[in-house]
Design a binder for this molecule. Structure first.
Ligand code: GLY
Length: 393
């Protein structure tokens, strides 16, 4: 009933934009949360019978995905963040529903993406509810991910059955959070040790002298030596794919939180310097999809990368003792993402929150489109920003 009333109210507001501005109008944050609440609850209602989660909206159609897709944890994760922001029980109900669609993902051993799939959904659910069943899922998923860690190489293998022998992509840094959580929950130190080994080797092998990173490093599975370095989603092997730099920034900030190893804090700061001082970063700090994208300034932007930067910078700002402007920059990014240019109008954009992300430019897919992970990291950044600045909603 409450959900129905709030959906009707927001629909009416969408028809009268002037009134919409006055609803919860204290600032841009309240407006952004209201829009997010409308969009995600409408999507949750619309797609619940499919037992799948929205991934993107292209050619006027929402693409829905299940446990076999790396993005399937983001929609439930977004609902958990929305519940944290609004305390609306409908958000919690939908978060539980969409999280539990993913139950069988915990047994997958054919992908490194269990962190994205299970940690974003069950991890946030466990954090907010303490449900022991969710704890069990997280422990099992951490064990499943450990099957992809081979001690001789000292890294978690990202992909199977592709052109590489033992590929490790920078995105994999995020999946280490599930291993860290697995150790905390089970008391078994092995997953944490694997995460540390992976992060240490990635510092050595993934980064260039200017502190940017390659997307893919392929290893020899017997010796653990690097075979080659390149890209999969970037413009070219030597370019800096915008979201990849975000995964690095977020991953090392998170690994510092989990281990307090200074080398990770330093690495996160080096990546932040690369991103924030790059001459091709637009003034509004929403990056083009690659720092060497063709056709700048008309190249597509990547709002998902910007949301990841914002979320990571807010956390990083709390760890760096010297004076820094990470929090201020994250606030500016969030404000831009919450402006008309990036924030959807209620009822539009396939019920996603943000516009203008780029999923995979080389494959000509999801270009200038909404993406579930842009929404997820945007909401996470909002939660972090509100807590850090002690903002009363
Ligand atoms: N992890 C895949 C991507 O960032 O597109």
């Amino acid at each position: 009933m409450k959900l129905k009333i709030s959906l009707i109210l927001l629909l009416v507001l969408s028809l009268f934009p002037l009134q919409a501005v006055t609803y919860k109008s204290c600032n841009w944050i309240n407006h952004a949360i209201s829009v997010s609440e409308f969009q995600l609850l409408a999507a949750a209602e619309k797609f619940k019978c499919t037992k799948k989660s929205p991934r993107t909206f292209e050619h006027n159609q929402v693409e829905l995905v299940g446990t076999n897709d790396w993005t399937s944890g983001f929609f439930p994760g977004s609902l958990w963040y929305l519940y944290e922001l609004t305390k609306n029980d409908s958000c919690k109900k939908e978060a539980i529903r969409y999280t539990e669609f993913l139950e069988k993902a915990q047994y997958r051993t054919d992908t490194h993406d269990l962190g994205f799939i299970v940690y974003c959904s069950y991890g946030n659910g466990f954090r907010l509810t303490g449900d022991p069943d969710y704890k069990a899922v997280l422990e099992t998923a951490s064990q499943s991910l450990m099957t992809r860690y081979h001690p001789t190489v000292g890294l978690v293998k990202s992909w199977d059955k592709r052109k590489w022998e033992y590929p490790v992509i920078i995105d994999n840094m995020l999946n280490l959070e599930l291993l860290c959580e697995g150790s905390k929950l089970s008391g078994n130190p092995n997953p944490l040790q694997a995460a540390i080994s992976h992060a240490d080797k990635t510092i050595i092998n993934h980064f260039r002298p200017d502190n940017s990173c390659y997307h893919v490093v392929d290893y020899d599975s017997i010796t653990g030596n690097v075979k080659n370095r390149g890209t999969h989603q970037g413009f070219c092997d030597s370019s800096s794919w915008a979201r990849g730099q975000g995964w690095a920034l977020y991953g090392y900030t998170m690994m510092y939180r989990e281990t307090k190893k200074l080398i990770y804090l330093e690495q996160a700061q080096k990546v932040a310097e690369f991103i924030l001082h790059h001459p091709n970063l637009p003034k509004d700090k929403i990056p083009y999809w690659d720092f060497s994208a063709p056709n700048m300034p008309n190249a597509p932007r990547d709002a998902s990368a910007a949301a990841i930067y914002a979320s990571a910078l807010i956390e990083l700002s709390g760890y760096v003792t010297e004076k820094n402007d990470y929090l201020q920059i994250a606030g500016e990014i969030l404000k831009t993402l919450s402006s008309e240019e990036y924030l959807a109008k209620v009822g539009e954009n396939g019920f996603f929150i943000l516009k203008h992300s780029t999923g995979n430019w080389p494959s000509k897919s999801e270009i200038d489109a909404p993406l579930s992970y842009a929404d997820y990291y945007y909401l996470e950044a909002m939660v972090r920003y509100i807590k850090k600045k002690n903002i009363k909603l």
